[in-house]
Design a protein. Structure first.
Length: 285
């Protein structure tokens, strides 16, 4: 249980770190590069046999590299969405990526959702309508959801990355889990570097050392969350791990943002968040 609690706390720390350290006007990839370089170093350090990097199965390389692309897409969408929509709504929608894993289980692995899972999907739809309806006077950040498309991109990329991890669990070797994580973060770091170079050539904005260092502060919980979640899944049943992990991290982000960072939810958005939390539980029962 300790691994699960640490996993959700580290997950919440990622969103809060992006909220605190993200700033407009600079090359936005500074934090992302610092984050993934930190994850690469940590992943390499925990590799039991370094030579395994060059002798892993082809499927490990394929899924690991592809998942790295998804990670970068999710991090970029999450970072921009936090600036536009606030950390609370962004964290909630990114966790709804579980819907993608559910679709994979139904259409690829032949699993059939029960009444509770179907009810959860219904709550998700209602929650999305509430959150994106005409805002009241007091809503998050500037008074409204400024970029709803970014919320759905965060959902799409985060959910797809999680789904690929489950695919690897089905077809990959458990002895190569550490290699899989290294490939994800190495690919993400390399891709982030290319995107930063492209933005520099296009806008003239350079990487700021302060932002790279801030990325390190995000990278530490990023890798730790993935590692602790894997440990939790080894010792606890998935139907317990995923609801507690998702709902717990959202509640931590929401609580910190409201109490310490000055964010406010409208009544409709508060109801939407409540429905999202209920839906996440139902989807995992």
């Amino acid at each position: 249980m300790l691994s699960l609690i640490l996993a959700l706390l580290f997950s919440a720390a990622i969103s809060l770190g992006l909220k605190i350290f993200s700033r407009d006007g600079n090359n936005r990839y500074g934090i992302i590069i610092g984050n993934y370089l930190t994850c690469v170093v940590m992943a390499f350090l925990v590799l039991p046999e370094k030579g395994l990097l060059f002798h892993a199965q082809g499927i490990t390389y394929l899924i690991g590299i592809f998942t790295g692309f998804l990670f970068v897409g999710g991090m970029v969408a999450t970072q921009i969405s936090i600036q536009k929509n606030g950390a609370t709504l962004t964290a909630a929608f990114s966790k709804l990526g579980l819907l993608i894993s559910l679709g994979l289980a139904v259409f690829v692995y032949g699993e059939r959702p029960g009444v509770l899972q179907i009810s959860g999907v219904g709550l998700v739809i209602v929650a999305m309508l509430l959150i994106n309806s005409k805002p009241e006077k007091q809503s998050i950040g500037s008074g409204q959801v400024q970029a709803p498309a970014l919320l759905f991109l965060a959902l799409l990329f985060s959910g797809s990355a999680e789904a690929m991890s489950k695919v690897f669990e089905r077809v990959g070797s458990r002895e190569e889990d550490a290699v899989f994580l290294f490939l994800i973060f190495f690919t993400a770091a390399a891709l982030s570097g290319l995107l930063a170079l492209r933005e520099h050539r296009k806008t003239g904005k350079r990487l700021v050392l302060k932002e790279v260092l801030s990325g390190i502060a995000v990278g530490l919980p990023n890798y730790s969350s993935s590692y602790m979640l894997l440990r939790a899944l080894v010792s606890l049943p998935a139907f317990l791990v995923y609801p507690v992990f998702c709902t717990g991290s959202i509640l931590v982000v929401m609580t910190v943002c409201i109490l310490f960072l000055g964010e406010r939810l409208s009544r409709k958005q508060a109801r939407g968040i409540a429905l999202i939390l209920a839906a996440l539980v139902l989807l995992n029962l």
